[in-house]
Design a protein around this ligand. Structure first.
Ligand SMILES: *[C@@H]1O[C@H](CO)[C@@H](O)[C@H](O)[C@H]1NC(C)=O
Ligand SMILES: *[C@@H]1O[C@H](CO)[C@@H](O)[C@H](O)[C@H]1NC(C)=O
Ligand SMILES: *[C@@H]1O[C@H](CO)[C@@H](O)[C@H](O)[C@H]1NC(C)=O
Length: 978
């Protein structure tokens, strides 16, 4: 019903006016025959929402409402006496219409969505006139106003349970002398019990459970409640003791004071409750023993004394409670053995004695009765667990918890006979022997926990028979053998814990079929082989711990395994993958796979017949790789930053060592002395000593990934550059260091910075280099002003010189490893000299850790294969770096430039421009005067080929040199280039 004024609405509005206005309007549309009941109910209906049209039979045209749904009339007067609308999904407020129903004595609106304050005067009126009111399970709110019960009339039953009522229970309720049933449970009522509440001597049932009521339970006059059957004050904040005369309420069937703060011992009067079915005192502070007179509670079906401070023995007397079905004495301080007498309680179904201090054997009745649930956990029971061969429990038991006791011996194979067992927990005992294969007979089991015992042998294949298993825990035993393939039968398995055993073999691939798996712990075993890739299909995984095993090979990729914590895979010497920071041997074939033109010969680019089409083909692949590389770089940079912090801590110690000046070292010193050893490859070294500290901060030339460079002069006036290597990263032993440096010392080429000598002590290593006067190419490109910018010819010569230097290095089988413009120096005649080469060979191994120190500075020059997990560094990496350097020289732009909110990757930018036929627009704008644009474009193309994503597409340096020479001399190679 919307807000539209339907004819129905109009009529109702008229009715309301008719009912409540002082001037009575009578219109023709009104049916004069309507009685008050029809009017009242139509008004009631008009004010509520009836989304499912349950009140469709309520028709204003009818003479009588007696056939309407939910309406009951007195057969003689035909007046409405009862209104039952439970669970009609009605909502809204209760309107005045109901007041017209003068004969209404029963109102049930339970399980609807009625709201509003309970202060509504209509309710006051209803309470006055009715006998039964049920407003439970609605949304009534507010507090119950005190006067509401003053005129109680003949109210017999009031149920306000499950609403949102607050405040106190009005004292006025004590005036409802006819009241038999009070249910105010599950509200938010507070305060104490109403004064004189026990003067309501007609009470049969009082339920105030689940509120915030507090204070003591009044003792006076409680014995006058001779008709009381249900007494439920559970889940409140009541304190003090139980009324000692509570047992005088002889008809009590249900006594529930659970979850309060009650203290004291059990009042003796309780023994009179021979009709009582339920005694629930759980969750209080009751103390003392269970008295022998408890046997007189003959009708007891449920006894819950759990979570109290009861002490003493579990009395024999309980055996006389022949109706007992459920007995819970858990979490007390009961001692001694379980009485055999309980075997007489043939109706017993659930027993819980957990977490007491009980001792002795498990009595025969535990498996001899047809129990459904048995919990003996957390006691000091001893002996073997024996079920017998024909135990009645085989047919009935659903829950068996014997955990955390002192049980020993083997698990009987008859355990497989518990055909209905859902939960089996025998963990934390001293059980020995094997895991019985009969467990496969637990067809209904969802939990099996045998962890923390001393079980040996292997996990039986038959476990696959427990097809409904969700949780299997066998951790902390001495199990051997492998994980059975049959585990794949357990398709509901969510938890598998086998950690801390001696399990061997591989992890079965079929585990990946158990898609419900959430918690898997296989740690601390001897599992070997590799992790099945298919494991990444387990989409519900929360934990997958395989640490401390002997696994090898690559971690699965994707899904949970992308974010698996290191601690879950640690201590497996041969596992590899990015998570464990171990590259996998053989590396990733990805860059090769992405080769846009795989059939192209390795050296296809030799003649540089790089067609336009080919670039287009590769462009999307390049973008994809570029993006991936960029992300990977980000990850690496973060890792490096971390390592960097660590390194700098180490380093500070080394930096504190100052070099002790020229006097102290000469090449005649013994290598073993603390002073170290100086080796010069180029004749004699006479440092200017005394006058000049060798490593003078003022003479610092620059800093690189491998160390700091200082300028100093030899006695003959010649300058040298001394590189002080970062000690922590240069941990090679002296012999290796000697060998590698000597190899570098033999390399001589006009375009390579000459290594003149070195100095070695365990804590300080210096490389003595030729000094190149005009600074780095980087400085010339990016730090000079526009006036002295390099000309095209100079740039070309630098490129060519660099290429020649690099080609020579490669000829000598040395990988530069760190090509970038800061490592290309320019001498006074403008000749390029490549420096800092081969230093990587001085490092213990080319591992990631070592890479890390430089990647930051080399960002943008780094070949994409670095970003992959392989660290297979070949000359092709140098060629990539060279290609970027070429682009840098031609465009005058850094390999990676950070704009305000953008990152420009030089080679992507140039590639894009070339692709759009606008390569010339990339050429450095600072270049002045006449220069051959075509030559520039050819060099750009060469740079791009060198910077190919696919290593095999990059030419050799010798080829590069040839191509450059051809570019320089158009007569020979022009066609080939285009
Ligand atoms: C009561 O209303 C809530 C939302 O206002 C709705 O989700 C719920 O189903 C309703 N209950 C009944 C019994 O109609
Ligand atoms: C088995 O009982 C122990 C306590 O004795 C408990 O810690 C463990 O969680 C239980 N196992 C299962 C699967 O619930
Ligand atoms: C595994 O399941 C299959 C089919 O449900 C069944 O035939 C087989 O017996 C089961 N394996 C075990 C060990 O129970």
């Amino acid at each position: 019903m919307g807000t539209k004024m339907t004819p129905f609405h109009l009529t109702v509005t008229a009715l309301v006016l008719f009912l409540f206005s002082t001037t009575i309007l009578v219109t023709n549309s009104l049916n004069i025959a309507l009685n008050d009941d029809v009017l009242g109910l139509m008004v009631f209906k008009a004010d509520i929402q009836d989304p499912y049209n349950k009140l469709s039979t309520w028709n204003e045209e009818d003479d009588s409402p007696c056939n309407w749904i939910g309406v009951t009339c007195d057969p003689y007067s035909n007046r409405v006496t009862e209104l039952h609308l439970p669970g009609f999904s009605l909502s809204g407020h209760i309107s005045k219409g109901l007041l017209r129903l003068q004969y209404l004595h029963t109102l049930s609106l339970s399980r609807n969505n009625f709201t509003g304050l309970i202060t509504n005067p209509i309710l006051t009126q209803l309470i006055k006139n009715s006998q039964f009111i049920d407003l439970s399970e609605n949304g009534f709110s507010g507090s119950i106003p005190d006067p509401i019960f003053v005129q109680c009339g003949s109210l017999r039953s009031i149920n306000l349970a499950n609403n949102k009522l607050t405040g106190q229970i009005p004292d006025s309720i004590a005036s409802c002398l006819t009241l038999q049933n009070i249910d105010f449970s599950s509200n938010q009522l507070s305060g104490g019990l109403p004064k004189n509440i026990w003067s309501l001597t007609s009470l049969r049932s009082i339920d105030l459970s689940n509120n915030f009521l507090d204070g003591e339970i009044p003792h006076e006059k409680i014995e006058t409640l001779f008709d009381l059957r249900v007494f439920n004050l559970s889940s409140n904040n009541f304190s003090g003791e139980l009324p000692d005369k509570i047992g005088e309420c002889l008809l009590l069937k249900v006594v529930d004071f659970s979850n309060n703060y009650l203290v004291g011992t059990l009042p003796e009067s309780l023994q009179k409750l021979s009709l009582c079915n339920v005694v629930n005192l759980r969750g209080n502070y009751f103390s003392g023993e269970i008295p022998e007179w408890f046997r007189s509670l003959k009708s007891l079906e449920m006894l819950d004394l759990s979570v109290n401070n009861f002490t003493g023995l579990v009395p024999n007397a309980l055996g006389d409670l022949e109706s007992l079905k459920s007995l819970n004495l858990s979490l007390n301080q009961f001692t001694g053995e379980l009485p055999d007498s309980l075997g007489k309680c043939v109706n017993l179904s659930v027993v819980d004695f957990s977490w007491n201090m009980l001792t002795g054997d498990v009595p025969g009745w535990v498996f001899g009765l047809r129990l459904k649930g048995v919990s003996l956990s957390g006691n000091r029971f001893t002996g073997n667990v024996e079920f017998g061969e024909t135990a009645a429990g085989f047919e009935s038991l659903e829950m068996l918890d014997l955990s955390s006791n002192l049980f020993s011996g083997v698990i009987p194979s008859s355990i497989g006979n518990f055909s209905r067992l859902v939960v089996l927990n025998m963990s934390r005992n001293s059980l020995v022997g094997s895991v019985p294969s009969s467990l496969g007979g637990l067809k209904a089991a969802s939990v099996i926990d045998l962890s923390h015992n001393s079980l040996n042998g292997s996990i039986p294949n038959e476990i696959g028979g427990a097809g409904l298993l969700e949780e299997l825990r066998l951790e902390n035993n001495f199990l051997i053998g492998s994980i059975p393939d049959q585990i794949q039968n357990l398709s509901d398995l969510t938890t598998l814990s086998l950690s801390r055993n001696n399990i061997t073999g591989v992890i079965p691939v079929d585990i990946a079929k158990l898609t419900e798996l959430e918690y898997v712990d296989l740690s601390f075993n001897h599992l070997s082989g590799s992790l099945p890739k298919e494991l990444s299909n387990l989409t519900n995984l929360v934990t997958f711990n395989v640490s401390h095993n002997e696994l090898e090979g690559e971690l699965p990729l994707g899904g949970f395994f992308n974010t698996i914590p290191l601690s879950s895979v640690s201590d497996n010497p041969s596992l590899c993958g990015s998570i464990v920071n171990e590259s996998c041997p053989g590396g990733h074939p990805k860059p090769i796979v992405l080769n846009p033109n795989p059939s192209h010969s390795e050296h296809g680019s030799t003649s540089l017949n790089m067609s336009h089409k080919r670039i287009i083909l590769s462009i999307s692949a390049i973008i994809a790789i570029g993006a991936a590389v960029f992300i990977a770089l980000g990850v690496i940079v973060v890792t490096i930053l971390n390592l960097h912090v660590r390194n700098s801590i180490n380093r500070s110690a080394a930096v504190a060592l100052t070099f002790s000046g020229g006097d102290d070292f000469s090449h005649t010193r013994s290598p073993s002395s603390d002073y170290g050893k100086l080796v010069m490859f180029t004749g004699d070294a006479e440092f200017v000593s005394g006058t000049h500290a060798l490593l003078n901060k003022d003479c610092e030339l620059g800093r690189g990934g491998f160390g700091v460079v200082y300028w100093t002069a030899l006695r003959n006036g010649r300058s040298v550059a001394i590189k002080k290597l970062h000690v922590p990263s240069m941990s090679k032993c002296q012999e290796d260091f000697d060998r590698e440096v000597k190899k570098l010392g033999t390399i001589r080429h006009a375009n390579l910075v000459l290594l003149e000598g070195y100095y070695w002590t365990p804590s300080l290593q210096l490389l003595i280099n030729e000094y190149v006067s005009s600074g780095s190419l980087y400085k010339h490109l990016h730090e000079g002003n526009d006036e002295n910018t390099l000309s095209w010819r100079e740039r070309f010569e630098i490129i060519l010189g660099t290429a020649r230097g690099l080609a020579h290095l490669h000829q000598m089988k040395v990988i530069h490893y760190n090509m970038k413009s800061t490592n290309v120096l320019i001498d006074c005649s403008g000749e390029a000299k490549v420096g800092d080469f081969g230093l990587a060979a001085l490092l213990p191994s080319l591992d990631r850790h070592v890479l890390s120190g430089k990647i930051q500075s080399a960002l943008g020059y780094m070949a994409p294969e670095f970003a992959c997990q392989t660290v297979k560094i070949t000359e092709k990496c140098d060629i990539y770096g060279f290609g970027i350097l070429v682009l840098e020289v031609v465009t005058g732009k850094k390999p990676v430039e950070y704009m305000e909110d953008d990152v420009v990757i030089l080679c992507d930018m140039v590639r894009g421009a070339l692709d759009n036929g606008r390569a010339d627009e990339c050429i450095d704008r600072k270049l002045k005067g006449d220069f051959p644009i075509e030559e520039c474009v050819s060099v750009i193309k060469l740079g791009l080929v060198c910077a190919s994503q696919v290593p095999s597409n990059r030419p050799d340096m010798e080829e590069v040199v040839k191509i450059l020479e051809m570019i320089q001399c158009p007569c020979e190679g022009q066609e080939e280039i285009e």
